[in-house]
Design a protein around this ligand. Sequence first.
Ligand code: FAD
Length: 460
Amino acid sequence: STQEKTPQICVVGSGPAGFYTAQHLLKHHTHAHVDIYEKQLVPFGLVRFGVAPDHPEVKNVINTFTQTARSDRCAFQGNVVVGRDVSVPELREAYHAVVLSYGAEDHQPLGIPGEELPGVVSARAFVGWYNGLPENQELAPDLSCDTAVILGQGNVALDVARILLTPPEHLEKTDITEAALGALRQSRVKTVWIVGRRGPLQVAFTIKELREMIQLPGTRPILDPSDFLGLQDRIKDVPRPRRRLTELLLRTATEKPGVEEAARQALASRAWGLRFFRSPQQVLPTPDGQRVAGIRLAVTSLEGVGESTRAVPTGDVEDLPCGLLLSSVGYKSRPIDPSVPFDPKLGVIPNTEGRVVNVPGLYCSGWVKRGPTGVITTTMTDSFLTSQALLEDLKAGLLPSGPRPGYVAIQALLSNRGVRPVSFSDWEKLDAEEVSRGQGTGKPREKLVDRREMLRLLGH
Ligand code: FAD
C-alpha cells in the first residue's frame, strides 16, 4: 500500500536548515511526508528573527520556504518544543527518520568578571528585540548613553552597529518593531566601537556589510591608520575576497577623503570605529556598582600566521568607557535531549555527513550540525547534503521498514500533554494580520510580538 511506501520523516526546527532539508526530501522522494516541528508560533527561524530589518532582500527565501510548507506532503507544527513537549525518542518511534535542525540559540558567554551587570547585553538578544522575538521584548536596552561598545567583529556586530546608528527615519519602512523604532528615535548613542581581539586581516565581517557602514548617512568612520601599518605589502598574498575587504579598510583608514566625502563626514553627528588588538578582560561598573561604565581591554599582539593567528596579551590594558556593552562573540547550540549525543566543546551534534554518530535514523543539518557560522546559502548546501544522506540510507534499507504512524501518534501525545500546535495556515493568518497592521505606516509588516495575542487571533 501507499502507506507502507510513505516514509514518515520529521524535521525539528523551521529555520533555513529545516526548510531546505524538507525541500530536498520532498523533491527527491516522490512519496515522503515531512513534518516540521517548531517551538515558536511562527516559522523561518533566523530569517525572521536574525536577518536585519534593513536587508529585506535576504528574506526572499521565505517565498521558497512557503512553497515547501504548502506542499500536501509537508506539515508545519508550530508551538511544539521538542525536548520538552515531546522527546526525541518519541519522535524516532513515530517516524522513519528524524532530522535535528534546531540551530544555535545560546550566546557564547564572555567569561569575564562583571558580565552580569545591567547594560551588558548579548547581541543575539538585542537582535531578537528589534526583530520581534517574543522572549526578547522586555530587553529595554539603555540607549541614553553616548557610547556603545560591541565585542566581536563579525556581520552580526555590524548589523547591530548599523541599527544603532542609522537615522531612525531610514528604518521606518522596514519590518523593525514599532517599540524598537520608538526606542531608537529616543537614542542618544553617538559613538559605537566595534572591538576585536585580532587585527584588520582577521575581521569576520564581509565587504558588503562594511561598505554599508562606511556609507551610513550621518555617520563617519574612525579608523586608526597605525593599525594598518605594513598591511599594504601583506595583502598581496591573501585570497581575493579577504584582499578586497582589507583594501577597503585600508583606503578608509589611510586615504584622505575627497571634497564631497569630507563635507559629508564633517556634518556627521554619529561615528563608529573599529578597535583592533583588544581582548575583553573585565566589565567596569559605575561607582555605585549598579551598571556598566566601561570595559577593560587587554592589548594584544598576534602570534602565528594566516587563519591560525592567535591574539596574545602584551600586558598593557586600556579602559574604554561605555553605557551599553553588546557581546557578539558567537553562538552555541544546546543539547536537546539526553538521548542525543552532544559535543559540549564544539557545541554541535557529532555527525558524519549529517548522520548522527551511533544513532541510526537520526540526522542533523544547519548550525546544530556544523556550528554557528555561515550564511543562508551555506546552510542550504549543508542541508541538501544531510537530506541526500538520509535518502541514501532509505534506499539502502537502513531505516525501519514497516509503516510508521508519523504525526497521528505525536498528536495524541501532545494533546494528552495540553500542547496545541499551530499549523502553516495559522501562520498565514498571522502573516496577513501583520501585513495589514504595517499598511497604515508604510511598513512591509508590523510583527506580532505577544504570544498570547497571537494565540487569541488564532482562536486558541
Ligand atoms: P535557525 O535559523 O536558528 O533555525 C532554528 C529553528 O529551530 C528556529 O526556528 C528555532 O526556533 C527552532 N528550535 C530551536 N529549538 C527548538 C526546539 N527545542 N524544538 C523545536 N524547534 C526549535 N545569513 C545570511 O545569509 N544573510 C544575513 O543577512 C544573515 N543575517 C544574520 C543575522 C543574525 C543576527 C544571525 C544570528 C544570523 C544571520 N545569518 C544571515 C545566518 C543565518 O541566519 C544562518 O545561516 C541560518 O539561519 C542557520 O539556519 P538554522 O536553520 O540552522 O538555524
